[in-house]
Design a binder for this molecule. Structure first.
Ligand code: G16
Ligand code: MG
Length: 216
């Protein structure tokens, strides 16, 4: 029985991937490291520290922990400037309606984002009060594809994982949902998200009926 839906943020609630890209691109350009949108695909759903590691792969040198900390801080300051410009118009199609419809039916709604900036992003989107549980990525030991973030959100909602559906746009996220024992909804294409229990091309296709349908 569907009792809770746990959402990813970037790529599901809003498209912050482009803003991550712009902030990382500025940093990579300053450092003279090649970085493009294709490499950016690998950063989706991946933590800030792991994202930096992926970018530095092409730098041809080793970086100290202190240097890396300074670089992630610089990127995040720029990124926070960019997310400061988000408005409710940046919600992905159908998300506002879906969350309202779920809550009307008494289905709990949670967030499992790897982003430490999630509270600021939700506030900018006017979505600060929509989620009854927001799992804290700083409190989990392992990021996606580990199920920890999704399990944390379910626990905060007081719903067993088998009564939860998770919605994700990244392969690591779909793997995390499945490892948590939840039904996985993938937003995107089968080449990356083939493991999902339900695959939809866009958030506009999401509906309470489709999510309920996963539970027979
Ligand atoms: C997001 C993005 C990732 C980003 C991560 C950490 O995840 O997809 O690209 O590296 O959060 O973000 P921050 O630097 O803001 O802490 P999600 O889980 O919402 O898709
Ligand atoms: Mg995502």
């Amino acid at each position: 029985k569907l009792e809770a839906v746990i959402f990813d943020l970037d790529g599901v609630i809003t498209d912050t991937a482009e803003l991550h890209y712009l902030a990382w691109k500025e940093l990579a350009d300053e450092l003279g490291i090649p970085f493009d949108r294709q490499v950016n695909e690998r950063l989706k759903g991946v933590s800030r520290a792991e994202s930096l590691e992926i970018i530095l792969e092409r730098s041809g040198r080793a970086w100290s922990a202190a240097e890396k900390a300074a670089l992630t801080l610089r990127k995040n300051e720029r990124y926070r400037e960019l997310i400061g410009r988000l408005t409710p118009a940046d919600l992905l199609p159908g998300i506002r309606e879906l969350i309202a419809a779920l809550r009307e039916r008494g289905i709990a709604v949670g967030l499992a984002s790897a982003s430490l900036n999630a509270p600021l992003i939700l506030e900018r989107l006017g979505a600060g009060s929509w989620f009854q549980a927001v799992a804290d990525p700083a409190a989990v030991r392992k990021g996606k594809p580990d199920p920890e973030l999704f399990l944390r959100a379910a626990d905060m909602l007081g719903v067993p994982p088998q009564h939860c559906a998770g919605v994700e746009d990244a392969a690591a996220g779909v793997a995390a949902i499945r490892a948590a024992g939840m039904k996985a909804v993938g937003i995107g294409s089968a080449d990356r998200l083939g493991e999902a229990d339900l695959l939809l091309p866009s958030t506009a296709e999401l509906s309470p009926e489709r999510l309920l349908g996963l539970f027979g």
